[in-house]
Structures are given as structure tokens and as C-alpha cells.
Design a protein around this ligand. Sequence first.
Ligand code: PLP
Length: 422
Amino acid sequence: MTDWWARAQAVIPGGVNSPVRSFRGVGGTPFFVKESQGPYLRTEDGKTLIDYVMGYGPFILGHSAPPVIEAVVNQAQKGLGYGTPTTQEVLYAELLSRSVPNLDVVRLVNSGTEATMSALRVARAVTGRRRVVKFAGCYHGHHDSLLIKAGSGAATLGVPDSGGVPEEVAALTITVPYNDVTAFRALFDRFGSEIAAVILEPVAGNMGTVPPSPGFLEAVQAVTHQHGALLVVDEVMTGFRVAWGGASKLFGLDPDLVCLAKVVGAGMPLGAYGGKREYMSWVAPLGSVYQAGTFSGNPLAVAAGFAQLSTIGGPEFYGGLRERTQYLAHQLVALGQRHGIDVSTNVIGAMFTLFFSDRAPSEFTEVEATNRERYRAFFHGMLARGVFFPPSPFETAFPSSQHDDVVIETTLKAADEVFRTL
Ligand SMILES: *Cc1c(COP(=O)(O)O)cnc(C)c1O
């Protein structure tokens, strides 16, 4: 039998095209997927897995959702791209603009990374300022300005979180703890007039799921606006996942710029950024902020995204999905506790993370303090029983509308067995 993993490592860095797939630090060898359907992955070695990773977020209708596949196949027969405007782009921009707060104008790009990178460029141009603020534990993509780790202390100038990021660039990004309004205010007292933008995950999902504390988002928004900085709401994960129109809609926010990807691309490489017309009019060809893309607005990606959002149709879709996600997360906690294990969860919309701690974390250092060894054991135990959970507690689980009662009960039964072994 071919050792695909050895062959992968010989020609692809670490054998993977995105680091999280290597399960590094989690141990074990990644599996290769052959196909996907609904809540399931089928691996090359013939196993069927219940999937909660779900491509890290796009597949809210389940894998290979028929309306999405059909739309992509239909479009493929007409061409893969033209480098010209299409009417479908207009229809999709209209749908997004109608549904997401303050999204007067929206530009399609190819990934979440491109969306946040472009939004910051707009914010810097509009304000004529250089510094940006992010929250520790939030992930906004892999470009230089945002691949930043907090230094020590409450509000710190960033240090590079990656080789190859110049310190000078990292130093322009200031990092504060999530859900810490005091630190955030103190930072603006000191640097307020130099800050171009605050970028935030309205529900953090890249340190595991960590929802905003009551009043946090409102305070961040008010302070940001008082100082003439732009509020960039990164809805790459939360957009059309926690609610129709995203977390901005759910929490009644007033974003200046919004970033989208994942669910809006339905599994194709598509992202978007947009917002208030006065700011987006800075974008070329209207204004001086250059941003472009050979594949931007790619017809296959647009067809997929449009089909997915049209199938979801509106806010009603989310009720049942939210209830099943709540049920699953809370049942997992109850089961764990029955086995005498300290376990907790944060759950919102169709996002949750199981934490091995007696109290659910509210910011990054608290996630770091959870029992990650135990999470690792849980992950491997579940995988051995045919359930693919995120490889670490710094990731979010993404139930889809195809995770029905049978799938959930099968998951709980596996978890019951695994908890017994922990
Ligand atoms: C996934 C993610 C990104 C990066 O998106 P890519 O498409 O992977 O570049 C940015 N922000 C958030 C909140 C994300 O979850």
C-alpha cells in the first residue's frame, strides 16, 4: 500500500497545505479524505467519520450540499472565469449588502486573509494613521500586520508570531486581551490619536469559541468611534454562522468595515470585505487604495456562495441548528461531569468548543490554562471511534444542518466511552 503520508511530506511542507491539518503537537498521522457527504467524511482507507471540523467552517448545509454542487457544476459548464464583470456578482453583492449591517458596498476577494488585509489598508488610508489594534487569541489571517502575538502585559505592542514578519510591522499592531474593557480603554488613552482601526472577532472562534462578555462589544465600538478609528468586524467565521447577517446583526453592531469568507464561499475560495460607502469609496478604481485579484469574483465561487445563502434563505434557518448545537454541547458537558471530569463549553449559534476546565474561558490565557493534554486524549479517543473533532481546544466545532439527531446521539455515545477512559 502506498504510504501517502511519506510521499506528502517529501513534496509538501510538513505534508500539508495549511499547518493546522498536520495535527502537529496533537500526535498521530493525518488521514486523507476521499469524499464528503452531509455530516460525514470518507477517508482513503475506507473509514466514515462524523465531521465537526467541517472544512473549518464553510459547510453549514453539510458537505456536498446538493444545491451548491449543482450550482457549481452548472457554472463550470459555462466557463471557469472570464476576467470581466458578471451579473451573478451583482446579485451576490446585493444579497450580502441586504443582509449584513452597514455593508453598503462589498468587494469580493479570494480568502479571509485577503479580506482583513484589504480592510486594514482602507482603514489606514481613510484615517491617515498607522497603528491597528487586535485582541489576543483572535486570528485574522496570515498577513504581516495581523500575524502578531501579544507581548506581556495588559496592552502591548505586538511581536511577530512568525518568522519573516518585520518587527517594525509587528510593532504597529497593539494587542489587548479579549473581553478586557479596562485594558482597551487604557490603550486608547495612550495611543488613541494614532490608531487607524480596531479589528475584532465579534465572537472569538480561533482560540476555541469565546463569546463576548455583556457590554464588551458595545464598549469597544464606542471607544473606537470616539477616537476616530474604524471598527473592522471580522466575520470570516461568524458571518452567516451565528445568525443570518452575522454577529453584527445578532448584537446590533455599527461596523465601519466587515470581513467575510468561509460560509459565504460555501467551500470555494471566496472572501469579501465591505462596509460604509464613505470608506469603501477609497477603494480603486474609485479611490487611492489599490486592491485587485485575477480570480476575485470567480464565477464558480460566486455560484457556490449564492446557492448556499439562497438555500439558507434567512434567519429562520438558524433556530433548529442553534438548538441542536446547544443540546450537543451541553450534553457533552453533562456526560463528562458524570464521569467526574472538569469540562465546560462555550456555545453560540452553530459554534462550540469543549474545554477541559471547570469554568468556560473568557480570554486567551484562560484557554491556555485549560487541560490540553486531556483535550488531546479526547480528540484521539473520538477519532478512534469515528468522530472527527477539532484537533485542539483553540479550534471551534462546526455542526451543520445535516448533523441530525442520529448523528448527535452517535457522537454522545462515543463521547461517553471516551470520557470513561480519561
Ligand atoms: C479563517 C479566518 C480568517 C482567515 O481566512 P482564510 O480564508 O483562511 O484566509 C480570518 N479571520 C477569521 C476570524 C477566521 O476565522
